[in-house]
Design a protein around this ligand. Structure first.
Ligand SMILES: Nc1ncnc2c1ncn2[C@@H]1O[C@H](COP(=O)(O)OP(=O)(O)OP(=O)(O)O)[C@@H](O)[C@H]1O
Length: 572
């Protein structure tokens, strides 16, 4: 169809090109210098329910009472990108003055409905949030995931997988899978389309169970994903044969403990509980000291549970377990782009997570000096700064710190800031070793027997007299934790209702039955080594042989765990 052009006729100063404006989906409305409507296109007619004929020549304030065009006319200032709501719809408008020979001869507004766009933006926000949440879940799982596109290029890799492949996630993204895992078959998946379940594969020294699945989009294979279930099958198999008697469901730490969970009938424990009751009410920083395994963490939980902050969060950070270069971002968080490899959207730090509650800084004696300076500021100012951020954020957090190291000695050696030590040591709870409160052993033994009866579904009643005597004489270098581990170990072997000497670890019974060996074994280093070895075995068993999780459980780095495994020649 031929379209006749009569554009040449345009007598009005603002133009009378109504047929052009009528072809535009946007609302177009213009007024002259007195505010009288000169342009009122079809989209306006539809929205306001009057014809252009009826609108033209009328004051705009009579037709659209709240319009901003009058203001534009008066001030000569344009309104760009202003949003407004009319009925159920959202609009965006640009209003500009019409200037001719240096004077304002009118104003024009162009309006676009953006309800749909707004919904899309909201949806996008939601999707981004979900994506961030998923990324966070993937990064905290111990299963490794890697995915590639249909051409074999890596488009996702989580932290566990990156660790297994000994590569930083950012260095893997965008590279071909065969560059990173030469022996993989993952890139062949889009061709075969057949999932492969639980295939044994070696990653350097370790072997793992790998499953591969195609990623299907709109009925077509768009890539594939690989999932590593057990990162060290050899170790798992070795453990399975060694511990056939182990019942599933080894105890996991509860989220929170109260004073009732702290068992002990000694005067010291009674006095400490009394102090906790009083101190918990106030805001003071508390430093808990004591040998490893004495129950420092338990006391930290109780302080929180009995404080007015008990409804708020309790956040634990093990300062020795977080790699030094990550500690600052772990504690204070970071903004997007703060460093290479920083997560999109940034990450909130533990201090902010603990807002309104308590932060428990375990192993504070291992905090690097530069971080100690930053900690001091937080304690003094109660404010933190995310890495790469310009803003200072106020936090309302109670700090409880713990250490099994001698902080006074560390300050003398220049390894711990004296000013920080004073700031932390406002209230000191010193938990005595178990050998200094031997009267607690019997009640603790009863407590652990009850606990493990529930977990193992057994009916153990007591320990034999010989066992009790041995427990009373023993040095307990690993304190309550060692006692708990020994009882748990006995539950794996006991058959009747009594724990006998034969259910105890060899190093312990040797002390009781053979005087000579006992003297040799009683040296502190030997005792500590025994405890350390036991703790390693225990953690590996509890975590099904997962070294990363075992290291986390023990509060040590993975590198340190490997070193210890080698030192004690633990079977892998
Ligand atoms: N008085 C107690 N009553 C009951 N259980 C206890 C007691 N003391 C310690 N435990 C148990 O002993 C184990 C070690 O306790 P906890 O982790 O609190 O010690 P810790 O002093 O913080 O050790 P570390 O310095 O190695 O971190 C935990 O399983 C805890 O539940």
């Amino acid at each position: 169809m031929a379209v006749k052009s009569n554009l040449v006729k345009s007598p009005s100063p603002l133009g009378d090109d109504s047929f052009i404006f009528n072809s535009i989906a946007n609302l177009v409305i213009a007024v002259d210098h007195r505010g009288r409507i000169t342009i009122f296109n079809r989209a306006c007619e539809k929205l306001f329910g009057i014809t252009a004929e009826q609108a033209k020549g009328r004051l705009i304030s009579d037709v659209i009472p709240y319009t901003g065009l009058i203001k534009v006319l008066k001030t000569g200032q344009a309104h760009i990108g202003r949003k407004f709501v009319l009925g159920n719809a959202l609009y965006i408008t640009n209003r500009t003055p019409i200037i001719k020979d240096n004077s304002i001869v009118g104003a024009i507004g162009v309006v676009q409905e953006i309800t749909e766009l707004h919904h899309l933006a909201e949806e996008l926000k939601q999707v981004t949030k979900q994506k961030n949440a998923l990324e966070s879940i993937f990064d905290h799982t111990h299963e490794g995931y890697i995915s590639i596109n249909s051409e074999g290029y890596i488009n996702f890799i989580n932290q566990a997988m990156a660790e297994l492949l000994a590569i930083a996630p950012k260095d893997a993204l965008g590279r071909h899978i065969t560059e990173i895992v030469p022996e993989t078959k993952l890139h062949l998946m889009p061709i075969s389309g057949q999932p492969q379940h639980s295939e044994l594969m070696r990653f350097g020294e370790q072997s793992a169970l790998v499953s591969r699945y195609p990623v299907v989009k709109n009925g077509k294979i768009d890539g594939s994903i690989s999932k590593v279930i057990y990162q060290d099958i050899d170790r798992l198999a070795a453990l399975a044969t060694r511990r056939k008697t182990v019942k599933p469901g080894a105890p996991g730490k509860g989220a929170s403990y109260t004073l009732d969970d702290i068992i002990g009938c000694s005067k010291t424990i009674g006095r400490l509980k009394e102090i906790v009751r009083r101190v918990a009410r106030g805001p003071s920083t508390v430093l808990i000291t004591g040998e490893s395994g004495t129950g420092k963490e338990l006391f930290a939980h109780a302080l929180h549970a009995h404080s007015p902050r008990c409804e708020g969060p309790f956040v634990k950070v093990n300062c020795a377990a977080v790699p030094e270069n990550l500690l600052e971002s772990e504690l204070f968080g970071y903004q997007e782009g703060a460093f290479t490899g920083a997560r999109k959207g940034g990450q909130i730090g533990k201090f902010e997570l603990a807002h309104g509650g308590t932060i428990f800084l375990d192993e504070i004696g291992d905090m690097p000096l530069y971080m100690q300076a930053k900690m001091l500021r937080v304690l003094q100012e109660k404010e933190i700064e995310r890495l790469g951020d310009r803003y200072v954020r106020k936090v309302d957090v109670r700090v409880i710190a713990a250490t099994n190291r001698d902080l006074t000695k560390l300050t003398e050696e220049g390894k711990f800031r004296q000013d920080l030590y004073y700031r932390l040591n406002v209230v000191n709870l010193n938990i005595p070793s178990l050998r200094e409160r031997k009267e607690d052993i019997t009640v603790l033994v009863d407590h652990f027997i009850n606990k493990f009866n529930r977990e193992f579904n057994l009916n153990v009643q007591s320990c034999s007299t010989k066992v009790n005597r041995l427990f009373a004489e023993y040095h307990w270098a690993g304190n309550v934790r060692e006692l708990e581990n020994i009882i748990e170990r006995a539950f794996n072997l006991v058959e009747g209702e009594k724990i006998e000497l034969e259910h105890l670890p060899h190093y312990l019974t040797r002390q009781g039955t053979d005087g000579k060996e006992a003297t040799a074994e009683k040296t502190l280093p030997a005792l500590l080594e025994n405890v350390e070895r036991e703790a390693l075995l225990d953690a590996l068993e509890k975590t099904g042989g997962n070294k990363l999780r075992a290291a986390k459980l023990l509060g040590i780095s993975r590198a340190w765990l490997y070193k210890k495994i080698k030192q004690y020649q633990i079977e892998t």
